[in-house]
Write a protein that binds this ligand. Structure first.
Ligand code: PGA
Ligand code: ZN
Length: 450
């Protein structure tokens, strides 16, 4: 039987922050029904594909997505009915053509992605294949090393921490399951430590703690204490940061021929840094602490800064472009050519279709960049990114802290995939990271399996 899409429908649902988002549902001629929903960011990059919102202040504070839902029900559906759901490229090209804009602003990247992902899931289901296997084929076997965001700041929390995410990565764990156990133990130990020190243990958008501290170094010290108090050492558990520096950036202004310099305004720390001073500060942190990855250490518009940062730290630390690349193959191509970074964050909703996401991943992998499949701060119960991470052997995943089901469901899905792959599952630990291999303190990290 040749598979055909019989119907596509969409509805508005709520994400983990209680804001509207889209769920699409695809029905095939053999009775298969599959759904996918899309996440939503808070510290969005300027160059991301457009998330279409109604901007009608009388509903959901302007955040409803009824127009994007209509676009699926009334425009996209009629153009894809009769298409084979396995023709992902054709489906995505149709979505791109129907939209017609350079940034999915006509139909909305939220509309296109919901359809794109639900078609893939429907095809996998119809072929009775696990989604990761359908996406990646017979060689999909790498369980991603998680980068777990256990302490939140920036726009994800209402404390004074300038940096958005303080993550732990269990790089020395033998399996994904062991990595998850380490993460959970350290998370709960951190809770006790923060409690004892009189700090709040309420959590931010991604399920990490958001204590009222203002100095990144203090946050890192608490995490180190939690790692060591849990019985782990700093060779097996490393620290990763997402500075989300575009949020801190103040571009210089020119008036009457005089131009002020662009600055990074770290209000919590009480400092304003030039690009070079910001690099000095990041270098100091990398030299002082077991930090192996820095995401968006500089702003999306500070290209020269990124080049300098990569020259200075690219051989000792993974430097991840999130707002810088926005999962966009052309932006990544430019970044590779200009040597701006050594790693890319992959967020399917930054670009709006599965095929374009896969193109960006492939380009990154071919050019020696590490790839981190990522959630958004506003998530749903959809676990697509877990399968995507294994499917493309991405090596790394960022899907939040060790609390809140919108984060945990991705980890739980990975546990099940690891169980299913059994002896064929590979957890590559530290080897998944770029730029850190020259560190000398890796000796007691156990070799990965396989
Ligand atoms: P966002 O944050 O989903 O709010 O954009 C995640 C990130 O910056 O990595
Ligand atoms: Zn980021």
């Amino acid at each position: 039987m040749i598979l055909e899409i019989e119907n596509i429908t969409a509805r508005q649902i709520l994400d983990s922050r209680g804001n509207p988002t889209i769920e699409a549902e695809v029905e095939l001629n053999n009775g298969t029904i599959a759904k996918a929903s899309v996440p939503s960011g808070a510290s969005t990059g300027t160059f991301e594909a457009v998330e279409l919102r109604d901007k009608n202040n009388s509903e959901f504070l302007g955040k409803s997505v009824y127009k994007a839902v209509d676009n699926i029900n009334n425009i996209i559906a009629q153009n894809l009915i009769g298409e084979n759901p396995a023709n992902q490229r054709d489906i995505d090209n149709t979505l791109i053509e129907l939209d017609g804009s350079f940034n999915k602003s006509t139909l909305g990247a939220n509309a296109t992605l919901a359809v794109s992902l639900s078609c893939a899931r429907a095809a996998a289901k119809a072929y009775e294949m696990p989604l990761y296997r359908y996406l990646g084929g017979i060689n999909s076997c790498v369980l991603p090393t998680p980068m777990m965001n256990i302490l939140n700041g920036g726009v994800h929390a209402n404390n004074k921490l300038d940096f958005q995410e303080f993550m732990i990565s269990p790089v020395g764990a033998p399996t994904f399951g062991d990595a998850l156990r380490a993460g959970s133990e350290i998370f709960h130990t951190l809770k006790n430590i923060l409690n004892k020190n009189g700090y709040s243990t309420t959590v931010g958008d991604e399920g990490g703690f958001a204590p009222d501290i203002s100095n990144p170094e203090e946050a890192i010290e608490f995490i180190i204490l939690a790692i060591e108090s849990s019985g782990y050492n700093l060779n097996s558990i490393k620290i990763c940061l997402d500075v989300a520096a575009s949020e801190l950036y103040e571009e210089g202004e020119c008036q009457d021929g005089f131009c002020s310099l662009s600055k990074y305004d770290l209000k919590g720390l009480g400092k304003k840094f030039s690009s070079d001073e910001m690099i000095d500060y990041l270098e100091k942190l990398v030299k002082t602490y077991p930090i192996i990855s820095i995401e968006d250490g500089l702003a999306e518009d500070d290209e020269l800064g990124w080049k300098n940062l990569n020259e200075r730290l690219g051989n000792t630390c993974q430097l991840v472009g999130d707002d810088l690349f926005v999962t966009n193959v052309e932006r990544l191509r430019g970044g590779i050519k200009k040597k701006l970074a050594n790693s890319i964050l992959i967020k399917p909703n930054q670009i709006g279709t599965l095929s374009e996401t896969l193109d960006t991943i492939l380009m990154a992998q071919k050019n020696g960049f590490s790839t981190i499949i990522s959630h958004r701060s506003g998530e749903t119960e959809d676990t697509f990114i877990a399968d995507l991470a294994v499917g493309v052997n991405a090596g790394l995943i960022k899907t939040g802290s060790l609390s809140r089901t919108d984060r945990i469901c991705k980890y739980n899905r990975l546990l099940k995939i690891e169980e299913e792959l059994a002896d064929n599952a590979k957890y590559t630990g530290i080897r998944a990271f770029k730029g850190v291999k020259r560190l000398s303190d890796e000796n007691d990290i156990p070799p990965c399996c396989g």
